[in-house]
Design a protein around this ligand. Structure first.
Ligand code: SF4
Length: 387
């Protein structure tokens, strides 16, 4: 059976359109519930569609679906809760339909498999195990080893980084990384438009920043492309300048949880070793170094109270940091894998309130790139957003 991965046309033979707010509601529902797939659809579309791959901390490991009007969703399909979702993806003669509760149908499309996913490096590593496309961004975890993940008593309990060895090479060489960047930026089917460098947190006070700076310098020698570095907050400020000098354009240091008691319980190692105060100090400095919107911090929604999340958004935006809200996704095999995902109502209320809180400081919710918003809570109608 061949599955057409483009969206179906509506009953008048036209492409459908959803207003940004309606699309944001549908996206938020999909992030909460996930989507069900039939076995035949799951089996058949893998040859042409970008496969879901759980990599790095895991939160872009779903299926990339594009809603009418161009809203991207990285939709959970493999987690148990997704198998019970009221939404299902259905193959129609002329494309794909997202079927909602009550038989509400929307034509949707899936992102194509990049050509480089079929290639290997000179070392014989699958290029897709070195760097993966999420939306239009090539994400490279320099390593999926993390000092905080190694022992369960120190691990961030929501993170799956040590479980991803099937899809992600553990240690990547410099040449592997440059090869995948070259292949992804020049991909004939789905070229990457920007690069994320991150991964687990190695030991050392720089939190992996110096390794990222080395790769960023090598990228800058060949390509003019935005580079987003994502690290734990380093203990010393000089490495923030080093990342900027190396050509990094955006820097993310994710506070993840604002409530200190919840942070102590759910990310004990990182909470104790770095702590919120150091994060905020480094983020405020990064906002000055990297400029407006380019210092970022992800918060996980659904593991602490809404009030606490909103306090975090307020504080981040007030120091010039772009807040990014990522709904908690309980990944199979993680310590929190049996928890329920946050409800649609909780996510939507948080999204609306956080949008207002951030706007008081002239900040949207991040990220700015619409294809990269697939696993985050946003209403894609802010003038700073880039399609
Ligand atoms: S610091 Fe925490 S969230 Fe980040 S990779 Fe390590 S265990 Fe995962």
């Amino acid at each position: 059976m061949h599955i057409n991965c483009q969206s179906s046309l509506n009953s008048e033979g036209k492409q459908s359109y959803l207003s940004p707010k309606v699309a944001a509601k549908l996206k938020t529902a999909l992030l909460s519930y996930g989507v069900k797939l039939s076995d035949s659809l799951r089996h058949n579309f893998t040859e042409s569609v970008r496969p879901p791959m759980r990599v790095r901390s895991g939160s872009c490991g779903g299926l990339d679906i594009v809603l009418p009007g161009g809203t991207y969703v990285n939709c959970p399909i493999n987690e148990p809760f997704a198998h019970r979702s009221p939404y299902s993806l259905v193959a129609a003669d002329d494309g794909l339909i997202l079927r909602g509760p009550g038989g509400d149908d929307q034509p949707v499309s899936l992102l194509p498999m990049p050509d480089y996913y079929r290639q290997t490096s000179r070392n014989g590593e699958a290029l897709s195990s070195i760097g993966q496309l999420c939306g239009d961004r090539l994400g490279i975890g320099l390593t999926n080893d993390c000092i905080y993940w190694r022992h369960p008593s120190e691990r961030c309990k929501f993170c799956s980084i040590g479980l991803n060895l099937k899809t992600e090479t553990r240690r990547k060489t410099f040449n592997d990384i440059i090869e995948v960047i070259d292949a992804a930026l020049n991909d004939s089917v789905s070229p990457a438009r920007h690069i994320l460098l991150g991964g687990g947190t190695p030991s050392g006070p720089d939190a992996g920043a110096l390794g990222i700076a080395q790769i960023a310098r090598a990228i800058r020698m060949q390509w003019d492309v935005p580079i987003y570095a994502m690290i734990a907050a380093p203990l010393h400020n000089d490495v923030l300048y080093e990342l900027h000098h190396a050509g990094v354009t955006e820097l993310g240091m994710n506070i993840e949880l604002f409530d200190r008691n919840v942070a102590r319980e759910l990310m004990p190692g990182k909470h104790q070793a770095i702590g919120l105060e150091r994060y905020l100090e480094a983020l405020a400095l990064a906002a000055g170094i990297f400029g407006k919107y380019n210092a970022r911090s992800i918060m996980i929604v659904g593991l602490e109270s809404m009030e606490s999340t909103l306090k975090g958004v307020d504080l981040l935006a007030s120091i010039g940091v772009l807040p990014i809200l990522s709904p908690f996704r309980p990944f199979a095999g993680t310590i929190l894998g049996e928890r329920s995902p946050p409800s649609f109502e909780f996510l939507w209320e948080t999204l609306e309130a956080a949008t207002e809180v951030a706007a008081k400081h002239d900040m949207p919710l991040g990220p700015l790139c619409i294809p990269c918003q697939g696993n985050t809570l946003t209403i894609p109608n802010h003038p700073a957003y880039l399609s």
